[in-house]
Design a protein around this ligand. Structure first.
Ligand code: NAP
Length: 343
């Protein structure tokens, strides 16, 4: 089966989606990008514009307005479309008071996208899920390295509203695909995504690096993340589209785990003249600070926790050779400094 040529990319204004869009256009695809407001069209065009190998590729890009929480426009958005890449999902820095503010758009939006795809006869779907749908569960001594067979446990203390939103959305997608035999689904499950944004409108994950670079905190929490570069995440979406054998599979996108302290050391070595906080706070201090700063609260259950995730499937089946997380952090920091986004 030939790879689909005409793609609907939801959430085209997002940090990851702009990288996917750039690759799709450079690979010769036609793209319908969905945005919440047409005001963002020029921003998205400008973000990819300077990186296009063929400037006329912009002619293969059109925009539609879609909201995950509303029915309007979905049917028309699929006109002439052969495949769906669904990236849109709320990804805020702080968790909302009502977890349904995240869960509802994530789950309902995924189902809206899949139903509209099915109604339009679109057979190929790639969903941007997350490691949030895999790793937030009790560690298993019998299986210390998690893989695509694992699912987050919604009752585990680390299961934030975001974790629930991504887990329930991905579950809903697999349940839907199981009852839609003509619809081939692949999910990409990234860890924290870093790497240079295509413009200044970047999402929550880059703010983690910004926070370290700006030395916003007097000490660092004993907390860490799996890291993957945005260029690899975008590439995986394309490889999934191009390889029918990835259908029905989940793929973890990850290079390696880094503690906040590791990230700070990498940035401090890159910019020795900058004052970069490298001291790690005792956990009780972080707990106390969280009483005043709600953005800290979400990391409390993960203090001191190191999740090991296997990227063997992506390497073996997609031929991914992941960029080193340290290089990704350095490229992110360079972007923020060169664009004067940190003082
Ligand atoms: P982002 O820049 O915040 O992008 C999120 C996108 O979703 C934006 O285009 C946003 O539109 C759109 N969106 C949010 N709520 C919407 C709604 N109600 N209706 C329509 N569109 C809506 O974040 P990102 O990092 O690129 O994330 C993209 C995807 O990757 C998400 O599914 C996220 O869960 C997943 N992911 C991200 C990471 C990471 O570390 N970055 C890791 C794993 C998975 P607006 O621009 O209008 O807000």
């Amino acid at each position: 089966m030939a790879a689909p040529q005409s793609i609907l990319l939801t959430g085209a204004s997002g940090f990851i989606a702009k990288h996917i869009l750039l690759r799709l256009l450079n690979a010769g695809h036609s793209v319908t990008g969905s945005v919440r407001s047409r005001d963002r069209e020029d921003e998205v065009r400008a973000a990819v514009g300077t990186h296009l190998t063929d400037p006329t590729a912009q002619d293969r890009l059109r925009f539609v307005t879609l909201d995950l929480t509303q029915d309007a426009g979905w049917e028309a958005a699929f006109a002439g479309v052969e495949a769906l890449i669904h990236t849109a999902s709320p990804f805020p820095i702080t968790q909302p008071k009502d977890e349904q503010d995240l869960i509802r758009p994530a789950v309902d939006g995924t189902l809206r996208a899949l139903k509209a795809a099915q109604a339009a006869g679109v057979a190929r779907v790639v969903l941007t899920s997350s490691v949030a749908a895999i790793a937030y569960r009790a560690p298993s001594a019998a299986k210390p390295v998690m893989d695509e067979d694992d699912w987050s446990d919604l009752d585990h203390p680390t299961a934030t509203a975001y974790v629930k939103s991504k887990t329930l959305a991905e579950r809903a997608a697999w349940d839907f695909a199981a009852k839609a035999p003509g619809l081939a689904l692949t999910t990409i499950n990234p860890v924290l995504v870093t790497g240079p944004p295509l413009d200044r409108h970047f999402g929550s994950s880059i703010s983690v690096i910004e926070r370290v670079l700006a030395s916003k905190d007097p000490m660092l929490p004993n907390f860490g993340f799996g890291i993957v570069d945005v260029r690899d995440v975008a590439e995986m979406h394309l490889r999934a589209l191009e390889r029918p054998e990835t259908s029905g599979r989940r793929y973890i996108a990850a290079d390696r785990f880094l503690w906040f302290k590791d990230i700070a050391e990498i940035i401090a070595a890159l910019y020795p003249y900058r004052r970069i906080t490298r001291r790690v706070a005792p956990d009780f201090v972080v707990r106390a600070l969280s009483l005043f700063d709600p953005s800290i609260r979400t990391i409390l259950p993960g203090l001191g926790r190191r999740d090991e995730l296997s990227n063997a499937r992506a390497r073996g089946e997609m031929g991914m050779n992941f960029l080193n997380a340290a290089d990704s952090i350095r490229d992110t920091a360079r972007f923020l400094v060169e664009n004067e986004l940190v003082t």
